[in-house]
Design a protein around this ligand. Structure first.
Ligand code: ATP
Ligand code: MG
Length: 438
């Protein structure tokens, strides 16, 4: 029975008390992306498993250990998306969007799924705000997405987030680097975990982000890729930095960043904060010039990032950033007896057509119970609709903040009520609402 009333481990509900704030955050993210010329893309929650094996890389932790994979009833291997880039690139190729003017710039707000050990800032269902800039190899594009992430943090007034950047080069630089890594790790072979042993031959860089304490201790002293960059990658990295400098975006070069997904080339970056504990990486991304061709397209360079929404929310909480409260309902109108129910319902219905939030009784409750409810809901105005009011054609509307009572005609109630709220709002700031016809 407990299974019925307990959400699966590593998942979270968003209750109404939080969802308004979340919507505000998501709107701000979408708007910021829009200002940078990124347009929203939505892709399926599940894809062919093959897409992630190819796109994310079959030697990564994400694919080897964390993916939700199952066979559907048609015996296809399906996986819930562990990240948003592979699906976005798949859609880009499927719909021939490479024929549109390049770069194509997309953003998304999506759920992602990874079978990880749940802890603060680490969930099995989490959410990402991501952007992808497809079809440009310019260092300006790397800097632009970094600037976007920075602008998001600035919009929310967040501090204590540092930007760390690195370059992990191209396949050309990596040939030499892999050799150096192999030499290094071969000597420590006896201590590596089993997964890393199997990675040694195929993709020694993956050992660098193994989470096992022994492997990560060994990895600490491994050679760093930034020492092996070819001329082009070195120049690219230099230009990214000069764009960041021009925008006054502070960063530090951290040669230890490699990122957990296989598709990265050249620039990689992370925004890290100390405010939210061990899971401090709020945003990670970089350039992935090999991914589009890896997924069967003509080679096109690209870059992007993923920002964890839960970690962003944790940061906002940790730094006491205020988010807007759910707006109060404007009016609660209480039928004094069930006979007035239909008229009360008509009035609130009309108000809602005008975009004014209004509530009325849904339970034939006593006036006292209704007023208690209106108070709990923090209604700005209340009114009681009794037989007398219905006969007279007017109701008394009470401003719950200052106690003022105003008699309003029931005919054209929405218009009259709107005027009243305007008058009160102006009065509150010491101004007068202009009267039409005066
Ligand atoms: P980490 O090192 O924390 O495991 P990652 O390198 O696996 O992160 P990415 O694949 O780059 O993360 O995903 C981008 C962002 O998504 C991360 O920076 C983080 O904010 C968020 N994220 C990743 N995995 C989780 C998770 N399991 N729960 C919550 N947020 C996550
Ligand atoms: Mg991870």
């Amino acid at each position: 029975m407990a299974l019925l009333t307990k959400a699966p481990r590593g998942t979270e509900d968003t209750l109404p008390s939080e969802s308004y704030k979340l919507r505000f955050i998501e709107n701000a993210l979408g708007e910021t992306a829009g200002n940078f010329g990124f347009r929203e893309i939505r892709t399926p929650v599940f894809e062919h498993t093959e897409l992630f094996m190819r796109g994310v890389g079959d030697t990564t932790d994400v694919v080897q250990k964390e993916m939700y994979t199952f066979n559907d009833n048609g015996n296809r291997s399906i996986s819930l998306r562990p990240e948003g880039t592979a699906g976005t690139v798949r859609a880009f190729l499927e719909h021939g969007l490479f024929n549109e003017p390049l770069p194509q710039k997309y953003y998304y707000l999506t759920s992602c799924y990874r079978y990880e050990k749940p802890q603060a800032g680490r969930l099995r269902e989490f959410h990402q705000f991501g952007v992808e800039s497809l079809g440009t190899g310019s260092p300006a594009a790397d800097a632009e997405i970094i600037a976007l992430a920075q602008q998001v943090f600035d919009f929310f007034g967040l501090t204590d987030i540092s930007l760390e950047i690195n370059s992990i080069g191209c396949p050309e630089c990596r040939k030499h680097y892999h050799e150096a890594l192999l030499n290094y790790f071969n000597e420590k072979k006896a201590d590596l975990c089993e997964t890393c042993l199997s990675r040694l031959g195929r993709n020694p860089m993956r050992i660098l982000d193994c989470k096992s304490p022994v492997c990560s201790a060994i990895a600490k002293d491994a050679p760093v890729v930034i020492d092996f960059l070819c001329e082009e990658c070195e120049a690219h990295f230099g230009k990214v930095k000069s764009y960041l400098d021009a925008m006054d975006i502070p960063y530090t070069v951290n040669p230890r960043i490699v990122r957990g997904l296989d598709y990265y080339t050249k620039t990689v970056f992370e925004f890290v904060s100390n405010s939210i504990g061990a899971q401090g990486t709020v945003c990670g991304g970089g350039r992935y010039d090999g991914l589009i061709s890896e997924l069967g397209g003509n080679p096109l360079p690209a870059c992007g990032f993923g920002m964890g929404i839960e970690r962003l929310t944790m940061l906002l909480k940790a730094q006491n950033r205020e988010l807007p409260e759910d707006p109060r309902p404007y009016l609660y109108i209480a039928p004094a007896s069930p006979e007035q129910g239909p008229l009360a319902m008509k009035i609130v219905n009309d108000l809602r057509y005008e975009g004014i939030s209004a509530l009325t009784d849904l339970g034939e409750r006593s006036l006292k119970a209704q007023m208690k409810y209106a108070n709990k809901k923090n209604a700005m105005y209340t009114a009681v609709l009794g037989e007398d009011e219905a006969n007279k054609g007017t109701v008394n509307v009470k401003n719950m903040d200052n106690g003022n009572i105003t008699e309003l005609p029931i005919v054209d109630f929405a218009d009259n009520f709107l005027r009243l709220t305007m008058n009160d709002a102006f009065a509150e700031i010491g101004a007068e609402f202009p009267q039409i016809g005066e």
